[in-house]
Design a protein. Structure first.
Length: 87
C-alpha cells in the first residue's frame, strides 16, 4: 500500500538531483527554458479545456503524492540559484 508513494517520492527526488547535476554542468539556462515551455504548453491545454467548458480537477489528498516527477514550478525554483549571476 505504501510502495507506490515511496517509489514516486524517490523518483521526484532523483529527478531534482539530476537537474542539480545538469545545472552544475552549465545547463541550467537551457533546462529552465524547456521547463518554461512545458509549463506554457500545460497552461495552454488547461485554458483550451476551460474554454470548452471542461472542469479541470486538481489531484487531491494522496493523489498529489503519486507523480514520479516534480511539477515544473518546483523544478524551476530549484534551478533559481543556478540562474542568478555570480557577484
Amino acid at each position: 500500500m505504501l510502495a507506490p508513494y515511496l517509489l514516486a517520492a524517490a523518483g521526484r527526488r532523483g529527478e531534482l538531483r539530476a537537474d542539480q547535476r545538469s545545472s552544475a554542468l552549465g545547463f541550467a539556462p537551457e533546462m529552465a527554458q524547456v521547463l518554461h515551455h512545458f509549463q506554457a504548453e500545460q497552461d495552454a491545454a488547461n485554458a483550451h479545456a476551460a474554454a470548452q467548458g471542461k472542469k479541470l480537477r486538481e489531484p487531491g489528498g494522496l493523489a498529489k503524492l503519486l507523480p514520479s516527477h516534480p511539477d515544473n514550478d518546483t523544478r524551476l525554483r530549484a534551478l533559481e540559484p543556478c540562474l542568478q549571476p555570480i557577484r
